[in-house]
Design a protein around this ligand. Structure first.
Ligand code: T46
Length: 133
């Protein structure tokens, strides 16, 4: 599956920790958009879609949450629980996010601006598109 969990270098000293994100360096694309979700309610499950072209890196900068990732053949579950973990999600991966802790801030860096036409929101359509590829 086209998923990578990248360890981000943390520059720590006695004042605390700092992580820098740079396009085409530890983030393997041009960063066109950054968004973050927080105040996610208890028991909420989000996502339920794949993307036709979008590549993203997700980082739980605070708290933790889980991802279900599915390439149409295999499903895996990944927990993001540290700000130094970057989850690279390529296109044509179905994703669901769940088990957000109350304090979770999930930040996502994306290689495209927001475009609803890039979303595949039907799981059946997703499976058909994967088979056709
Ligand atoms: C993804 C997962 C990890 C915008 O107006 N601009 C944006 O850039 C985004 C991402 C969302 N929105 C609006 C669209 C919806 O009205 O914000 C609302 C919530 O978005 P959505 O329901 O798509 O959120 P999630 O958590 O299901 O999915 C998001 C991303 O949309 C998606 O690309 O991979 O996080």
């Amino acid at each position: 599956m086209d998923i990578k969990l990248v360890q981000l270098k943390s520059c720590g000293d006695d004042r605390g920790s700092l992580i820098a994100l740079e396009e085409n360096a530890n983030v393997p694309f041009n960063i066109k958009r950054v968004y973050y979700m927080f105040n996610t309610g208890k028991g909420v499950r989000r996502g339920y879609h794949a993307h036709k072209a979008l590549k993203q890196v997700a980082i739980a900068v605070r708290g933790s949450c889980k991802f279900l990732l599915d390439d149409g053949k295999e499903k895996i579950e990944i927990t993001l629980n540290h700000p130094a973990q970057g989850l690279l999600i390529e296109s044509f991966i179905w994703r669901e996010m769940f088990d957000f802790t109350e304090d979770c801030v999930l930040m996502v860096l994306a290689d495209q601006i927001y475009d609803e036409s890039d979303y595949i929101r039907s799981y059946d359509d997703f499976l058909k598109m994967v088979e056709e590829n």
